[in-house]
Design a protein around this ligand. Sequence first.
Ligand code: F6R
Length: 242
Amino acid sequence: AEIVVVRDQDAAGELAARSILDLIAAKPDAVLGLATGSTPLAVYRALERGIRERGVDVSHVRGYALDEYVGLPAGHPESYRAVITREVVEPLGLTPSLIHVPNGSLDGIEHAGADYEKAIAESGGVDVQLLGIGTDGHIGFNEPGSSFASVTRVKTLTEQTRKDNARFFASEDDVPMHCITQGLSTILRARHLMLLAFGEGKAEALAGAVEGPVSASNPGSAIQLHPHVTVLVDEAAASRLK
Ligand code: F6R
């Protein structure tokens, strides 16, 4: 992987956005792999500025989110569908019908994973996949133990992840137990992976992903199997790298 240590989240956001805007200039219907959570927000804000300043036409850009909670009521503000709409589609001016999020409603959940895989494949595949990393080492919501051959499917969130994400809900009990997430093999099929991590809390997981043994107990380490990975980190998140 190419490891780039940056001053802060804004600097990472600028670098990531520049690379994504160059991609869109070359391929106006580029397929973006979208992440949620706090980590990619600086990228989305930098994209918003860049699109405005450079006058980029993003109306043909396509997108696939990594994951979604299972069983939240439709329209729940913390559903990843709602978050992607609020943080990405609306501010960037993307075309809503071209931006996809796995379907986490209980109705039809048994075929939602296969449907999503088919949609990604039919799009021609993700050009650049944004990734954050969980403190337990997950990418997407592929928690420790996830197979490297996994595809989009329902998973149970770890207690650590539910604690980490409680900040978005009224209490930890309100964080859903389950999610639907792209698998590690789905993620590895993207043509370029861009992993971002900020803060001391991510240092151990980041070191495990970049330098640790390639192991299912450490899902982020799957990135070591990919030929084109860019890691954008601040000094705190890079602090455990050798
Ligand atoms: C989000 C996702 C997760 C997050 C990870 C880090 O779509 O798939 O892997 O990237 O949980 O979350 P934050 O960025 O909130 O620290």
